[in-house]
Design a protein around this ligand. Sequence first.
Ligand code: ZN
Length: 77
Amino acid sequence: MGHHHYLTIEQRETLARLIRSQYDTGPRLKTALERLHQLDYGVCIECGKNIEFVRLQDDPAALHCRACARLPVASES
Ligand SMILES: [Zn+2]
């Protein structure tokens, strides 16, 4: 907690690969790739909570958690 990123290195590498695989989708993802290893990456800019890893996998450039983005709560499918 605190000094370490809540995402594991492995999780961040997964996201980095994901971003690189769709690198041509624009500057938004390019920025996400740069931010990936900063401590504030994956933290909701509205409520400060950690953004769910599954959400980051859907959108690595997400700046809001599911609740703040007003997305429906994921149903286990
Ligand atoms: Zn939030």
